[in-house]
Design a protein around this ligand. Sequence first.
Ligand code: NAP
Length: 244
Amino acid sequence: MINRTAMITGASRGIGRVCALELARTGIRVVLAARSLDKLEEVAAEIKVAGGEAKAVLIDMSSPDSIRGAVAEAQKEWGPIHILVNNAAITKDGLALRMKAADWNSVLQTNLTGAFVAIQAVMQGMMKERWGRIINMASVVGEMGNAGQSNYVASKAGLIGLTKSIAREIASRNITVNAIAPGFIETDMTAGLSEELKAKMLEQIPLKRLGKAEDIAAAVKFLASEEAGYITGHVLDVNGGMYM
Ligand code: NAP
């Protein structure tokens, strides 16, 4: 198998962590990026124990300099990043009427601008390699809308537009750009929701269960694979049928 390197943002926990474990299992070297270096080191250790290759780098997706620095650090040791999984994101929910500018800006800066800067930072290396996979973690709400999440939803809908535009720009270099739109997945991000709200969400899911990080990791593994080489500009729904 060809030696590939993947960078996964938000790999310290939740979906990003499981995606990193899954990619590492297929023999891909993984660069784990987030703000909590201690947690990243734990994930890296888990991967190494299982026989994989992993490296933890500090990244703050709200800071373009930090993103460029983290990509440069990873590339210095391992060469070009072949697979970028733009997974890190935050929420700062609130109704639009009362939403503070700071909460709007920080969510857009981290989730959308951060993803764009990360793409810019890895693009040249992928172009030189004439091979690349960019996978942006959107959300079902980026397709449906969601009351109380206008900032987060705008960032996720923005990611879908970004995915399609970059896909058109760099397809000729054999780089695919796709988005995954998870439904309701059990992680820290959704742990705080009330049981009542969870039960309500469940009613809207034909497959009658909440998603697991593993459901998303399987989609990431596929889109990162050789076999997915003819898929670009696509939004892959992994949502139990919640939105079709
Ligand atoms: P999570 O458990 O809250 O984890 C978020 C990850 O992002 C953490 O690793 C966190 O690490 C990292 N992160 C947050 N802010 C960051 C920053 N400024 N710089 C660098 N890293 C940052 O979230 P999750 O549920 O796994 O979600 C992963 C992705 O799936 C997100 O894009 C989310 O929008 C999307 N998604 C999730 C669901 C769901 O139901 N869970 C549904 C649809 C879409 P540190 O705190 O260590 O930095």
